[in-house]
Design a protein around this ligand. Structure first.
Ligand code: PLP
Length: 359
C-alpha cells in the first residue's frame, strides 16, 4: 500500500525523509556499532544527539539565553500538574482561559494544588471561538496566566496574547514550530512532540530561568523542572529514541528554511482548505473565522449520515483520520508541518468531487 495522507490530530505524519533516515540508522548509528535505542544515554554519541536537539530548538525558535530547554516525559498531561506545582508557589493562585478540553483539564489539574480563576471561557458555543479577555476579571495576585495557544480539538488559536504582567504559560502542543512565536513573551512553553516535532514520548519544555526555584511542598522530584534543568534533562534516563527522531525532524525543518518558511506553507495549506469551506454549499467550517487554527480545521456537512459517508470514502481514497472529535462531530483535518501542500490540495479536490456527486 502507498503511504496515505494522514490528517490525524496526533500522533501524526512525520516527514518521509526523517523516517527513511531513522530506518537507515536503525541497526547501526554512525560508527557506534549499535542502534540509538541500545545506547547509554551517558555515551558520547548520545550526548551529541541530545545536545544537537537542544541547539536546534534554540536556533529554530530563537530561544533567548535566559531560558532552559528541557526534554521531559509524561506528555501534556504531566505538564498540567507540573505547571501549578512549580509556578503556583507564591500566592497559590493562577488565571486560566478555558478555550477547550485541554485548557479545561489543565485548570482542573491545577485546582488540586492552587486556586484557579477562570477568566473567560468559550464553552457556551462549543469552544468555537477565542473569548475576548476583560482585564478586570484577571487576578491581581495570580502567580501566572495560562492559555492553550492552539486548541487541537476545536480548531481555534490565539492571535493576540493576554495583556498581563504575570508570566504567561502556554500549551503549544499542536502549534509548536508551525508559526513564529516570540519566546521572550512567555514564562514557560510546553509541547508534546507527537504532532509537529516527532514521536510520542518526549515533551519539549522551554522555561525562563528566573521562574525556577521553589516548588509546592510534596512535589515529587520528577515533577520539579529545576531538577531536570540542573541535570540537562538527564536526571533519569530520558526518552532517548524519541529525542533522536525529534532531532531528525528539526534538521528537516531547518532544511525547509526554518519556522518562518514552514509558517508560509502552513498559511497556504490552511487558506486552500478554508477558502474551499467558505465557498462550498455542502461543507462549512465550525470556527469563528478570525480565530481559525492553521493546524486543525474542523468542518461539517450538517448531516451526520453524509459526514459518515465522507469519512468512509475519503479513507478509501487515501485521506485518513478525518473523523472529527466526538464533541464537535463531523470532520477535522490536522495539517501539521509534515503534511505536504499537495496533501491538502488533493483533499480539497476530493471534497469538490464528493460535493458534486452527493448534491
Ligand atoms: C493542545 C494539547 N494539549 C495537551 C494534550 C495532551 O497531550 P498528551 O496526550 O501528550 O498528554 C493534547 C493532546 O492531543 C493537545 O492537543
Amino acid at each position: 500500500m502507498d503511504r496515505v495522507y494522514n490528517f490525524s490530530a496526533g500522533p501524526s505524519m512525520l516527514p518521509v525523509e526523517v523516517l527513511e533516515k531513522a530506518a537507515a540508522e536503525m541497526v547501526n548509528y554512525g560508527d557506534a556499532g549499535m542502534s540509538v535505542m541500545e545506547m547509554s544515554h551517558r555515551s558520547k554519541d548520545y550526548e551529541a544527539i541530545i545536545e544537537g536537539a537542544e541547539s536546534l530548538v534554540r536556533e529554530l525558535m530563537h530561544v533567548p539565553d535566559n531560558y532552559k530547554v528541557l526534554f521531559l516525559q509524561g506528555g501534556g498531561h504531566t505538564q498540567f500538574a507540573m505547571v501549578p506545582l512549580n509556578f503556583g508557589t507564591k500566592n497559590k493562585k493562577a488565571d486560566y482561559v478555558i478555550t477547550g478540553q485541554w485548557a479545561k483539564k489543565a485548570a482542573e489539574e491545577a485546582e488540586k494544588y492552587i486556586t484557579v480563576n477562570r477568566v473567560a471561557s468559550s464553552a457556551d458555543k462549543t469552544f468555537s471561538y477565542i473569548p475576548k479577555l476583560d482585564k478586570s476579571t484577571f487576578s491581581e495576585d495570580a502567580d501566572y496566566f495560562y492559555i492553550c495557544y492552539n486548541n487541537t480539538i476545536y480548531g481555534t488559536r490565539f492571535t493576540e496574547l493576554p495583556d498581563t504582567d504575570k508570566p504567561i504559560i502556554a500549551d503549544i502542543s499542536s502549534c509548536v514550530m508551525s508559526e513564529e512565536i516570540d519566546v521572550s513573551k512567555f514564562g514557560m512553553l510546553f509541547a508534546g512532540a507527537q504532532k509537529n516535532l516527532g514521536p510520542a514520548g518526549v515533551t519539549l519544555v522551554i522555561v525562563r530561568e528566573d521562574l525556577l526555584g521553589d516548588v509546592l511542598e510534596g512535589t515529587p522530584t520528577m515533577l520539579d523542572y529545576k531538577i531536570h534543568a540542573k541535570n540537562g534533562s538527564m536526571y533519569n534516563t530520558p526518552p532517548t529514541y524519541s529525542i533522536y527522531v525529534l532531532k531528525l525532524v528539526l534538521e528537516w525543518l531547518k532544511a525547509q528554511g526554518g519556522v518562518a518558511a514552514i509558517q508560509k506553507i502552513n498559511e497556504k495549506k490552511a487558506k486552500i482548505l478554508y477558502d474551499f469551506l467558505d465557498s462550498s454549499e455542502m461543507f462549512r467550517g465550525t470556527v469563528a473565522k478570525e480565530d481559525r487554527s492553521l493546524m486543525n480545521a474542523p468542518f461539517v456537512t450538517g448531516n451526520e449520515e453524509l459526514d459518515a459517508k465522507f469519512v468512509k470514502e475519503s479513507k478509501e481514497a487515501g485521506f485518513v483520520n478525518l473523523k472529527g472529535h466526538r464533541t464537535v462531530g463531523g470532520m477535522r483535518a490536522s495539517m501539521y508541518n509534515a503534511m505536504p501542500l499537495e496533501g491538502v490540495e488533493k483533499l480539497v479536490e476530493f471534497m469538490k468531487k464528493f460535493e458534486a456527486e452527493n448534491k
